[in-house]
Design a protein around this ligand. Structure first.
Ligand SMILES: [Fe+2]
Length: 260
């Protein structure tokens, strides 16, 4: 650019300037190009940061919605938070990279958002569900997928949540995948979800004893659950026994434990 300006001035006005060394012109030109490039990169980075911040705030808004719904129900208070924490610890133990851990974290927070449209009478029913009610309940992963897909930037999370009730032997729902067809992140979410469900009270039962939870997870190794994920959870529980204490028990019902 500097070279062009210099040439133009010379051609139009016949200005006799001292010849500028080529090396200097080249340095000026390269400096200018570098400056423009850095400025452009900074603009792109700022735009990227704004887009990420906007996406984060969308996720936080939806998470707040999930927590509000959970808070209404004494049996699911803080469930998504606890599932997220356990799932992330399992993911770390299995060596997932930082990006995948973030995806698992978001998917765990939002995995049951599809239950929002299901009547409380079904969700909180103490008696066995009828076939029709089971069908409605088993459709919630698809509803979650539909809701998250509309956002357009949670595709991985949406897929992981869709598959969080699949089983390693292929007998799960809502799609019916098996073994390695199921993404490892969904297998992690499934184990974390089951762990919290058993480690917390339910309308129809008290919180299960630790030995029973361990035995049930062990029984599901290779049938319901991906074996490596169960192993990873057992390692986490051995190293962080405080994870057990976070589950809801009947004493939390009276004190109405705040959502973590
Ligand atoms: Fe679920």
């Amino acid at each position: 650019v500097a070279f062009a300006v210099f040439r133009l001035g010379y051609a139009l006005f016949g200005i006799e300037l001292q010849p500028v060394p080529d090396e200097l012109l080249l340095s000026i030109t390269l400096g200018l190009v570098a400056y423009l490039w850095v400025r452009q990169m900074k603009m792109f980075q700022d735009l990227d940061r704004s887009a990420t911040a906007l996406q984060d705030s969308h996720v936080k808004t939806i998470s707040a919605l999930v927590k509000t719904v959970e808070a209404k129900d004494a049996y699911t208070q803080g469930h998504s938070d606890r599932v997220r924490d356990v799932a992330v610890e399992i993911g770390k133990k299995m060596g997932l990279d930082v990006q995948s851990l973030a995806v698992v974290s978001r998917a765990a927070m939002l995995h049951d958002i599809g239950k929002l449209g299901i009547q409380d009478a079904i969700l909180h029913k103490k008696e066995p569900l009828t076939d029709t009610e089971w069908q409605i309940l088993r459709d919630h992963p698809r509803r979650t997928d539909e809701i998250l897909s509309t956002l357009g930037f949670l595709d991985r999370e949406s897929r992981i949540a869709l598959l969080h009730h699949e089983r390693w032997d292929g007998k799960g729902y809502a799609v019916g995948l098996k073994n390695h067809e199921i993404p490892v992140e969904s297998c992690i979410l499934a184990v974390a979800d089951c762990f919290d469900a058993m480690n917390s009270r339910r309308p129809y039962r008290e919180r299960l004893p630790r030995e029973t939870v361990m035995a049930e997870l062990d029984k599901g190794r290779g049938s319901q659950h991906r074996p490596a994920v169960v192993d990873a959870l057992f390692d986490v529980l051995r190293e962080q026994p405080e994870m057990w204490a976070r589950g809801l028990s009947s004493s939390d019902q009276q004190t109405s434990r705040p959502v973590a």
